[in-house]
Structure formats: C-alpha cells, structure tokens
Design a protein around this ligand. Structure first.
Ligand code: ARG
Length: 457
C-alpha cells in the first residue's frame, strides 16, 4: 500500500477497502494524459517561480522517463498504488528522489483526475471522428455505385415506395454526418483546462493558467474552480454522442442483416465478416452486425450511468466521481471497433441489383404515384387516394395485375393517365420522378451524397 497521504493516520487501511477504493486497475489507461498534464504543470511551476527552473526541468525529464518505462515494460505497473496519480508520483520519486513531491505543489488529485479525463476524451473524440470519416466516405462511395439502382423502400417494414440503393445508403451516411459534427461541438466544451483549480478553491500560486492551457492544447480555461472539479457534463455529453452514434450504427446493422437475409437477398455480407455454424453447414451468420447492434446496450448504459452518478451529489469533489471513467471507457470500447467493423462490412458488401429491382417493381408500391398523378389531373387528392385504394383491393381479390386493372378502370375518364400506366409501374421511372432536392431520383441522390462527403472533409 503506497499512499500519497497518511501522516494523520494511526492504522493502515482495511485490505478489502483498499482494493475497493483503488482505481489504478482502470485509471492507468489515463497514464499518457496524466503524465502530459504533470509535465506541463511542473514547467508552469518553474515559469511562475514557484519552483527553481532547474527543479521544474528535472521533474519534467523524470516524468518523461516514467512514461517511457511504463510503455516499455508492463510489469513496471505492478505496484500496489491507489490510482494513476499516485503511481506516477511513486515512480517519479524513484527517478528523482524527494523532489518528486514538489510536482504536487498546490495541486490536488481532484483537478488532476478531471484534467486527465478531459485530455483522454479529447483524443478519443479525434479517434472517433477519424473512424466516422472513413465510414462515411466508404458508405458514400458504395452508395454512388448504386445511385440509380432501384430497391424497395419500406415503412412499418411494409413495402412503401421504390427508392434507390444510393438513397438508402445515403440515409445512413447523413445520420453519421450529424454525429461527426456533434463530436466537434462536444470537443469545444471538453477542451477547457481545469488545472489551477486546486482542490476546489483555486490556487494561491501565481500560475499562468492561460499559458498552461496553451501548453496542453486546451482552447480555454475554466472560470470557476469549484465547478471545474465538480463538472462531469463534458463526459456525459461525450458518452451521449457515442450512444447516438452506436444507435445509428445499430440501425445500419439491422438493415444490413435484413437485406442480406434470404427473403430479401438484396445484398451479401462479405465472408470475412460472417461466421459459420458448428452444426448447420450452410450457415453464414451476420454476427458482426448483430454485435454492433447489441453493443448499443453498452453505450446507452454509459449515458445512464453518468447521469445517475452525477445527479443529486453535492458540488465539490466526491469519490463517486471515480466511477466516471469506466462508463467512458466502456462506451468508447463499444463504438470505435463497431465503426471499424461496420466500415469493413460496407466496403465488402455485394449488391444484388436484380433482386433489388425485382422487389422494387412490386405493383403496390406504385399506388401513391398513381394517386398523385390523378390528383394532378384535377381529381381531389383524397378522392384519388380512395380510388386507387379500391383498385388495389379489387386487384388482390381478382388476383389480377394492378397496372392492367388500373388501365381498364381509368381508360374512360382519365385516358392520359391510362396511357402512361407503364411508366408508373416501372421502378426506374418511379424513382426518377422524385427529383426534388433530397429525393430518390439518381441525380438528387448523387448531389446529396457529394454533399455528405463534403461535410466530413
Ligand atoms: N482516483 C480518484 C478519481 O478517480 C482521484 C481523485 C482522488 N481525490 C481524492 N480527493 N480522493 O477520482
């Protein structure tokens, strides 16, 4: 038990409690961030003459050696310390002796832990945005291949109207574009320096907090020390955006699972991202996409964890906060690999254009276009809707093609519509008609896809 405190104690901590209290098993993941912040802090102490510059430089070099040793040798971490902050100070003492304690001058672990977490999340945001950029680009390039390929569009999982493959893939791309942008917004609130807040009241040292912020790449400095050490909304916000991203990925996964299943057969998932069955030799299961879908439970769980953790506790540091880190790590560990797996699947998916087109030609899906065309001929839309609806019922009852029945029914009073019947029932013509911005006509789809790609440049 190596501790940073204990002068006022007569007994050692209970062993069970010591283990319960320790965060080093998980907060060692903040090692790089903790050491970066400690190095910048040591130099800031030197610059404001709280420490001789040569001591500050010695601290800085010692901290760099601790990180190098940690990264070179996993066993270096095997000591019985409380948390990552205690670890660094303990190992630093081995490097530079009792001067190590001076790196803690005026500094509290309360501000250290939140500083390291902010640095970690900032890096994680950049990683997730990089992954999303790649996924969005991949989705867009696959979508452009199928910008004119008709497929059925569904609502309520029932055939609705024909769309194109590009329109479908673009829908998923745009959802992810918003997550990409949300992460940039979140980054602004994450990238604020809490260091210099002390335990809660601020610092009595003449620290130049703005310069310290610049040294660590922070764009701003916290304005209230008590808030700065009590604030975890930046973490909750980050985890929410991760949860929203994973929710979008889970919907993409769900579509891919269904469209690659036998009754649809629109797509084939790449072998490299499916698994076989130990019993049924014919199987190629979409496990990759099922796990992406299932991991949304983790990210949603992390949002709930952080909000529950931080609601109703008093302002000021509470040990409860130690529970914040695993909620963040767990969400990140779900999202980053999910993005990469989804990218691999989207890259490798094969389109079955014939199957999509055949399904897109189901006659019922043209009913809405027919009603709109009748309305444009002067039939009130509700009436046109009713007319086409009863034609659909009659066609089903008579087991007769809807197009032929509609032609026969409309020939007398709406000869122009009756003459265009072939056009309504051609899925290529049906999609081409939806030419307004955002619609499924191939030209509109291409423009939309290029716009999505430009947003992640
Ligand atoms: N391990 C702690 C955490 O993760 C560091 C802060 C401890 N501060 C304290 N006053 N006990 O939050």
């Amino acid at each position: 038990m190596t501790k940073l405190w204990g002068g006022n104690y007569e007994a050692e901590p209970d062993r069970l409690f010591w283990e319960f209290n320790r965060s080093f098993p998980f907060d060692r993941r903040l090692m790089r961030e903790e050491i970066a912040a400690s190095r910048a802090y040591a130099l800031a102490l030197g610059k404001c003459r709280a420490l001789p510059m040569k001591d500050a430089a010695k601290l800085d070099r010692g901290l760099a050696r601790v990180l190098a040793k940690y990264e070179a040798n996993p066993a270096y971490a095997d000591i019985d310390v409380e948390d990552v902050h205690s670890f660094v100070e303990t190992r630093l003492e081995e490097e530079i002796g009792s001067l190590a304690g001076q790196g803690h001058l005026g500094r509290s672990r309360n501000e250290q832990s939140v500083t390291a977490l902010r640095l970690f999340i900032r890096g994680a945001i950049d990683d997730v945005r990089g992954g999303l950029q790649e996924l969005i680009r991949t989705l867009v390039s696959r979508a452009l291949e199928g910008a004119a390929a008709p497929m059925p569009g569904y609502t309520h999982t029932r055939e609705a109207e024909p769309i194109t493959f590009g329109h479908w893939a673009g829908a998923h791309a745009w959802a992810l574009v918003r997550d990409f942008e949300r992460l940039a917004d979140t980054r602004v609130r994450v990238n604020v320096l809490p260091l210099g807040s002390g335990a809660l009241a601020g610092t009595a040292l003449p620290l130049k907090r703005e310069a310290l912020a610049r040294a660590l790449g922070f764009a701003a400095v916290s304005e209230n020390a008590l808030d700065a050490i009590s604030d975890r909304d930046f973490a909750a916000e980050f985890v929410f955006v991760l949860a929203q991203t994973q929710t979008h990925l889970s919907r993409l996964a769900e579509d891919l699972i269904h469209y690659s299943s036998r009754p649809y057969g629109f797509l084939a998932l790449p072998d490299a991202f499916t698994t076989g069955s130990s019993l049924m030799p014919q199987k190629k299961n979409p496990d990759s996409m099922e796990l992406v879908r299932g991991k949304a439970s983790r990210t949603t769980g992390s949002v709930v964890r952080l909000l529950a953790l931080t609601s109703g506790i008093p302002v000021g540091y509470q040990k409860d906060f130690q529970e914040d880190k695993e909620a963040v790590f767990d969400a990140l560990d779900a999202v980053l690999p999910s993005i990469m797996v989804a990218t691999g699947v989207v890259r490798g998916v094969t389109l079955n254009r014939e199957a999509m087109k055949k399904a897109a030609a189901a006659e019922g899906m043209m009913a809405a276009s027919l009603a709109v065309a009748l309305a444009r001929e002067g039939v009130p839309f509700r009436k046109a809707h009713g007319m086409v609806g009863s034609m659909v019922t009659d066609a089903v009852k008579a087991n007769f093609p809807l197009g032929d029945l509609a032609r026969a029914t409309l020939k007398g009073r709406h000869p122009r519509i009756a003459a265009r019947m072939k056009d309504f029932f051609d899925p290529e013509k049906a999609v081409a008609a939806k030419a307004a911005r955002g619609g499924t006509a191939p030209a509109a789809v291409r423009a939309s896809l290029r716009a999505a790609r430009a947003r992640v440049r």
